[in-house]
Design a protein around this ligand. Structure first.
Ligand code: ADP
Ligand code: G3P
Length: 494
């Protein structure tokens, strides 16, 4: 057996590949950003071929860069942006349309329709989700409705649906395997998270043929093989990126939680072998599927997290590198009364308002660019605060620390502000690449590179602990300003 694991991390803004050894040292990393398409207001698309080509390129690049012989690769693990919906032709291997990205709001009216048909309670109890355009179900319906002849072909099994994990697996295996794992299936709004099967009521309501759906296998097993430099490498782990990060942070026991600060922010808490139903706008989802059994998680999803920094960089052109945000935020003493609610694609948990839109309030003649940058940074932490409060209310467990990861967790200002606003210690692990690491763990477990979960637990090392230090009065006043600003953003685009 080989000694290295290749993790493919297909995120919303970039495709990455990371090569780990058994001691979880990173031997090489390669990353490629790809095009974001915004064809209309609130719509977001990716070119699935570009997803594939960028992912393939970084995979090959990382192997070449590392100097590791491909024959020494023990396995590949895949982790991916979730919900994003790809439909492709089984025979040509080509997508029939651009992929509809999880952030895309084009199907908001289809969701309203489902609710009007009285399916809201069914969706909640069966899928663990709240009806929202975020999930794959209505995106599939939209594509079947809008691409000529698609539904008929899908009925015959000629058009296949996949989230990005399935799409990559299918491409990597040369069209031999059409499968997904329970974590990704649980984000489609079509999967019964208790029976562990696709749900016929929802398939019928949306007129989605079963024949187009992938087989759901565990998150850690050999699905198929791909060829790299003549070597046959097993693909042995798959999980949606947030669940992979939970796994990579070794949150294997009920009560363990992490927050990922990526494009969005995703707080997940392991709740064990029974699904926990939220009364506070959180989602019940599958944390991992191992050996025929699943573990569940509660999840709070915020649509725009680190992406607000990208927006300041790319659209407002306030700076040229994301890391500069921290420098500017520190140049002012406080936010100067400015609050930014980055509800660019609506608000996720705990508000679930598809019609909320971005709002900048509290501007005065003295407002400077730095205040807006600071308000953007703070908005990430406030949104996570709202998730933590909802999670504590649902589980009755006070979170005593938060494990942080993702691109924006590099930002020390943000991490300290988060600890201050939460009044909790925020701990950042030495290996920040927890999403890729989770996929590597899942693949490595399947091929025996690591023995069991206990062995993996020993590998988690803390890099920095951020301890709360803010005056309680100031904290309360900032939170009150934030909640007032959220109120202003609600229901704007209806
Ligand atoms: N130093 C930084 N400070 C603040 N935000 C950052 C920094 N570096 C990256 N980001 C933000 O993190 C996000 C990317 O994180 P990443 O985990 O790679 O995302 P994804 O997997 O969603 O593509 C971007 O939205 C970017 O703006
Ligand atoms: O690409 P990321 O890391 O922002 O994650 C996207 C999520 O999986 C969407 O649910």
């Amino acid at each position: 057996m080989g000694n290295y694991i290749l993790a493919l991390d297909q995120g919303t803004t970039s495709s990455r590949a990371i090569l780990f050894d058994r001691a979880q040292n990173i031997l090489a990393v390669s990353q490629k950003e790809f095009t974001q398409y915004y064809p209309r207001e609130g719509w977001v698309e990716h070119d699935a071929m570009e997803i594939w080509s960028s992912q393939y390129a970084v995979m090959m690049e990382v192997v070449a860069q590392s100097g590791v012989d491909a024959g020494d690769l023990a396995a590949i693990g895949i982790t991916n942006q979730r919900e994003t919906t790809v439909l492709w032709d089984r025979h040509t291997g080509r997508p029939i349309h651009n992929a509809i990205v999880w952030q895309c709001r084009r199907t908001a009216d289809l969701v309203d329709q489902l609710a009007a048909e009285g399916l809201e309670a069914h969706i909640r109890s069966t899928t663990g989700l709240l009806p929202d355009a975020y999930f794959s179900a209505t995106k599939i319906k939209w594509l079947l409705d809008h691409v000529d002849g698609a539904r008929e072909k899908a009925r015959r099994g000629d058009i296949l649906f996949g989230t990005v994990d399935s799409w990559l697996l299918w491409k990597l295996t040369g069209g031999a395997v059409h499968a997904t794992d329970p974590t990704n299936a649980s984000r489609t709004m079509l999967y019964d998270i208790r029976k562990l099967d696709w749900d016929d009521t929802l398939l019928q309501a949306l007129d989605i043929p079963r024949a187009m759906l992938p087989q759901v296998r565990s998150s850690s097993e050999i699905y198929g093989y791909t060829e790299i430099q003549g070597a046959r490498v097993p693909i042995a782990g798959m999980a949606g990126d947030q669940q992979a990060a939970l796994f990579g942070q070794t949150c294997f026991s009920p009560g363990d939680a992490k927050n990922t600060y990526g494009t969005g922010c995703f707080l997940l808490m392991n709740t064990g072998t029974e699904p926990c139903v939220s009364r506070n706008g959180l989602l019940t989802t599958i944390a991992v599927g191992l050996g025929g059994k699943v573990q569940y998680a509660l999840e709070g999803s915020v649509f725009v997290g680190g992406a607000v920094i990208q927006w300041l960089r790319d659209e407002l052109r306030f700076f040229t590198e994301s890391r500069d945000a921290e420098y500017y935020a520190r140049k002012v003493e406080d936010n100067g009364g400015v609050y930014l609610v980055p509800a660019f694609t609506g608000l996720g948990a705990p508000y679930w308002d598809m019609y909320a839109r971005g709002t900048l309030v509290g501007l005065t003649r003295g407002t400077r660019r730095e205040h807006i940058i600071r308000a953007a940074q703070e908005s990430i932490a406030y949104q996570v605060y709202d998730l933590v409060r909802a999670m504590e209310a649902d589980t009755g467990l006070p979170l005593n620390q938060l494990r942080a990861d993702g691109g924006a967790s590099r930002d020390r200002f943000l991490m300290q502000f988060q600890a201050d606003i939460l009044e909790r210690t925020v701990r950042r692990p030495a290996i920040r690449e927890t999403t890729a690491l989770g996929a590597a763990y899942l693949a490595g477990l399947a091929v025996g590179l690591w023995r069991d979960l206990d062995e993996l637990r020993q590998l988690w090392i803390c890099d920095t602990s951020f301890r709360p230090a803010m005056d309680p009065g100031r904290r309360a006043s900032l939170l009150s300003g934030w909640h007032k600003a959220v109120g202003r953003s609600r229901d704007w685009a209806r």
